[in-house]
Design a protein around this ligand. Structure first.
Ligand SMILES: O=C(O)CCC(=O)C(=O)O
Ligand SMILES: [Fe+2]
Length: 347
C-alpha cells in the first residue's frame, strides 16, 4: 500500500491549538531548560548520582504540558552518525522508486511514503530496527544482492537510539511513579526507524512540509541532520525552532504514551518547516506496541482525581483509525478511538 497524501498523514488532531501560535526562532528559556545531558549514562547506572542528576532535571521538565525535551547523547559515535546520514541515507534514497515502494506495512503510513505531486518528500521505515533480523530483511528488500555496510550502519544506529529511548522512558516511568512496569512495557514494544528526505526548494521562503501533528508512537526521538526544520509548539503557544546539533536528539511524547499514562503525559504537537536550497535528511526513531499487545493504563495511574479516560486499545487498530476518514476528522484521534465518555466513568 502506498500512501500519497502526507498532508493527510500528518493531519493534526489538535490543529486548532496551533492556530494563532506565534513564530519564534532560536533559544527561549524553554529550550534552554529542556536540554538534558545523557552523556556517559546507561540504564545500568540507574540510581547512581550521575543518573539522579539528570533524573532531577527531567522531573522539573516533564510535568503537565512540558512534554518534550532535547537530550545530548554520546552513545551514537560521530563516525556512526556521519556514516548513517552521509552514506546510508543517500544510498537508500538513490534507489528506484519501485524498489523503495517494496517497503509496506499492515499499518497505514508505516511503509514507503512519497511521489506526492508538488511535494518533494519521501520516507521509508525499517521495522524492528533493533533486531538483526529486522534490519536484514529491510536491507534484503532494498538490495536482494545484499548491502552489508548499510545493514550494519542502520542496525548500530538503531540499537544505540534504542538505548537512549529506554533511558528516557525509564525516567518518564519513574516520573509517573510506575517504573516497576518498565520491563513489561519494554517486552511489549518494538522499535522502528523512519528515514526521511525533504527535497531542496527553489524558493527560499519557509514552507510547512509536515503540518502540525502529534505522533502515534509511544516515544519519538527525532534526529535532524544539519538542516533545521523541526518546530515544537511551546506551552506559551509559540512555534519554537529546534536547531540541529551533531550530538543532540529531540524527545517527543507520542499518543500511545498519552493513552498508557491515562493522559498524565501529553503527546507533543510539532511540525516541520523547510525552505532553502539544501536537501534535508532526518531520522525518526519510534517505540510503539507490538501488534498483538493491548495497551492498558496501569491501575496505579487511576484514582479519584484521575479517573480512567482511555479503554484498552491495540496499536494497529488505533493507527488505522487515526488515518481513517473519521480519525482525520476528529479533534483528538485517541479520545475518539478509545476515550471513555464522562457518563461512562460514573459520578
Ligand atoms: O523530520 C523531522 O524533523 C520530524 C518528522 C516528523 O515529525 C515525523 O516524521 O513524524
Ligand atoms: Fe512527527
Amino acid at each position: 500500500m502506498i500512501h500519497k497524501y502526507p498532508h493527510v498523514l500528518w493531519h493534526c488532531s489538535i490543529a486548532a491549538e496551533s492556530e494563532g501560535a506565534k513564530e519564534k526562532d532560536g533559544m527561549s528559556t524553554e529550550t534552554f531548560h529542556h536540554k538534558l545531558d545523557f552523556s556517559g549514562l546507561s540504564l545500568e547506572k540507574a540510581g547512581t548520582p550521575e543518573w539522579e542528576r539528570v533524573r532531577a532535571q527531567m522531573m522539573e521538565v516533564v510535568a503537565g504540558e512540558q512534554n518534550w525535551f532535547e537530550v545530548v547523547y554520546d552513545g551514537v559515535a560521530p563516525e556512526l552518525r556521519e556514516a548513517f546520514f552521509g552514506r546510508s541515507m543517500k544510498e537508500l534514497f538513490a534507489l528506484p522508486v519501485d524498489v523503495k515502494m517494496r517497503n509496506t506495512s499492515n499499518k497505514a503510513y508505516h511503509g514507503y511514503i512519497g511521489q506526492v505531486p508538488g511535494f518533494d518528500y519521501e520516507a521509508l521505515s525499517v521495522f524492528d530496527v533493533h533486531l538483526a533480523d529486522g534490519t536484514r530483511s529491510f536491507t534484503e528488500l532494498m538490495w536482494p544482492e545484499g548491502n552489508p555496510s548499510f545493514c550494519d550502519t542502520v542496525h548500530s544506529f538503531g540499537r544505540q537510539l534504542r538505548e537512549l529511548e529506554k533511558m528516557v522512558r525509564w525516567m518518564l516511568l519513574e516520573r509517573l511513579g510506575v517504573v516497576e512496569h518498565f520491563d513489561r512495557q519494554n517486552s511489549e514494544l518494538t522499535f522502528d526507524l523512519r528515514l526521511a528526505k525533504y527535497g531542496a526548494l527553489i524558493s527560499q521562503e519557509a514552507t510547512v512540509a509536515l503540518p502540525p501533528h502529534v505522533d502515534v508512537s509511544t516515544v519519538t526521538l527525532v534526529v535532524q541532520h544539519k538542516v533545521a526544520g523541526l518546530q515544537v509548539l511551546t506551552a506559551d503557544g509559540e512555534w519554537l525552532a529546534v536547531p540541529p546539533s551533531p550530538n543532540s536528539y529531540t524527545v517527543l511524547i507520542g499518543q500511545v504514551l498519552q493513552g498508557w499514562s491515562n493522559g498524565r503525559l501529553r503527546a507533543k504537537l510539532h511540525r516541520v518547516m523547510v525552505g532553502g536550497d539544501e536537501t534535508r535528511y532526518s531520522a525518526i526513531f519510534v517505540s510503539h506496541p507490538k501488534d498483538d499487545v493491548m495497551v492498558r493504563v496501569p491501575e496505579e495511574l487511576v484514582d479519584e482525581e484521575h479517573p480512567l479516560i482511555y479503554k484498552p486499545f491495540s496499536y494497529p487498530s488505533f493507527v488505522n483509525f487515526h488515518h481513517s476518514e473519521d480519525g482525520v476528522k476528529s479533534d483528538d484521534s485517541l479520545k475518539a478511538y478509545c476515550g471513555i465518555q464522562v457518563d461512562e466513568v460514573g459520578p
